[in-house]
Design a protein around this ligand. Structure first.
Ligand SMILES: Cc1cc2nc3c(=O)[nH]c(=O)nc-3n(C[C@H](O)[C@H](O)[C@H](O)COP(=O)(O)OP(=O)(O)OC[C@H]3O[C@@H](n4cnc5c(N)ncnc54)[C@H](O)[C@@H]3O)c2cc1C
Length: 393
């Protein structure tokens, strides 16, 4: 195999996986990150079975599970009536994957683990506090500039997030739309499993407001919950973040008044967008730089990690058809991530009473029928997408 000089922009979870996967295959790797320290704000944690297989191949799985929480099930609830509608069990995927469960590990932990490994490798270097400002390329190489330095590489992988400088420098359109409401994440120590009898991953539908409840380990591994809500379209940021409205929101998921303290708030805009191209010449985009979506279902980051793994393998193959990356990854993102996350959101927010009950009935029927239950999980876990990827050459 030809050793290549690969430069990765962005040390989020996707960039570190791309860098580590390339370095482990023997390429010379440079990872450039704009921030001086890795962003640890609460974002993705749900890691799907095919992603766990990649993390295993990277030699990180034991540590990844140790600092996270293994969750076999997820549940759908009707929030206003506090009814459990259906439960899905990843245990039904035994035989399809070495990991028939998800692991809830906060994304910054993966980035930090990846950077630690890269720093031990003689063929890799990591530069924090190096924001990429420009990219130019010839037929032979790519040049990347930061405020302080200029780097050259055979290939560049842009993993610099939704506002990607790499994507903008390449002049690639980010097609799609932004939802009118925002999502609010409240982090709390309140134990929803003990109080409601729910599991570690719960989707609670509501006609005016829905809530998703997830347990994560936290940096101290003592455990905490994230409650994710939609805001009203006309709600200002100030109102959504005010102590009064945060406490009212916690009350609406049955947190008693005396226990409505919280650790952290995160309010963010939500988009469904896919880049028109995933590659231009010697530069690829990957992860949120290539696509963004609402987080319901825990798919966006997982898909980005699959792309990073795919690219590392492609860049390591002799005479690889580099166009196959876009041919494979763009349609898979649209079908498995964009379409599923939009459907997941609609299922939670349905307002019309008869249609709500119809959606609940659909979920119950799916959960009760073993073949439908498994088929639903094959798609929701991205295992089906990972299998399809192997057929698109
Ligand atoms: C609340 C929330 C919950 C979510 N939950 C899930 C989930 O459970 N499962 C899931 O799959 N997805 C989830 N997502 C989506 C997930 O967080 C993103 O898909 C993920 O962060 C994408 O990783 P990334 O590495 O591509 O980009 P990022 O995490 O955005 O990382 C990009 C990195 O690039 C750096 N950077 C930016 N510009 C430059 C530059 N010019 N030069 C150098 N570096 C630069 C940034 O500082 C950053 O470190 C969630 C998102 C949110 C907001």
């Amino acid at each position: 195999m030809q050793e290549r000089n690969v430069l990765v922009v962005g040390a989020g979870p996707v960039g570190t996986v791309a860098a580590l996967a390339c370095a482990r295959r023997g390429h010379r790797v440079t990872l450039l990150e704009a921030r001086a320290a890795i962003d640890d704000s609460p974002r993705a944690s749900t890691t799907q079975p095919p992603t766990l297989e990649i993390i295993e191949e990277l030699g990180l799985i034991d540590e990844y599970i140790r600092v996270g929480l293994v969750s076999r099930t997820f549940q759908f609830w009707d929030r206003p009536t506090r009814r459990l509608i259906a439960e899905f069990d990843f245990g039904r995927l035994a035989g399809e994957t070495r990991h028939p469960y998800v692991v809830q590990t906060e994304q910054h932990k993966l980035a930090l683990m990846g950077i630690e490994r890269l720093r031990q490798m003689p063929n890799a270097r990591v530069f924090l506090g190096h924001a990429v400002t420009g990219i130019t390329q010839t037929e032979k190489e790519v040049a990347v500039t930061t405020a302080k330095d200029r780097f050259t590489a055979d290939y560049v992988i842009g993993c610099d997030g939704g506002r990607s400088t790499v994507r903008k420098e390449l002049g690639i359109e980010f097609e799609g739309f932004t939802w009118p409401e925002r999502f609010l994440v409240i982090t709390t120590r309140f134990d929803f499993a003990a109080a409601l009898g729910c599991c570690l991953r719960n989707y609670m539908a509501g006609p005016e407001e829905w809530t998703n409840l997830f347990k994560v380990a936290g940096d101290d591994l003592s455990g905490r919950w994230r409650a994710v809500y939609n805001t009203r379209e006309d709600e200002s940021d100030e109102e959504a973040l005010s102590d009064k409205s945060v406490r009212e929101r916690l009350g609406r998921v049955y947190v008693p008044e005396a226990e409505r303290d919280y650790l952290h708030l995160n309010l963010y805009n939500v988009h469904q967008r896919v880049a028109k191209q995933f590659r231009k010449g010697r530069v690829f985009i990957c992860g949120d730089a290539a696509h963004v979506n609402n987080p319901i279902g825990g798919l966006g980051l997982n898909c980005g990690i699959h792309e990073a793994w795919d690219l590392a393998s492609l860049l390591s193959s002799e005479n690889a058809d580099l166009d196959s990356y876009e041919r494979r990854r763009r349609p898979l993102n649209i079908e498995y991530v964009q379409e599923q996350t939009v459907a997941n959101k609609k299922r939670l927010e349905e307002r019309e009473p008869a249609r709500r009950e119809m959606r609940f009935d659909e979920l119950r029927r799916m959960a009760d029928d073993p073949a439908k239950h498994k088929a639903f999980l094959m798609k929701a876990s991205l295992l089906e997408s990972a299998r399809r990827a192997k057929t698109i050459t």
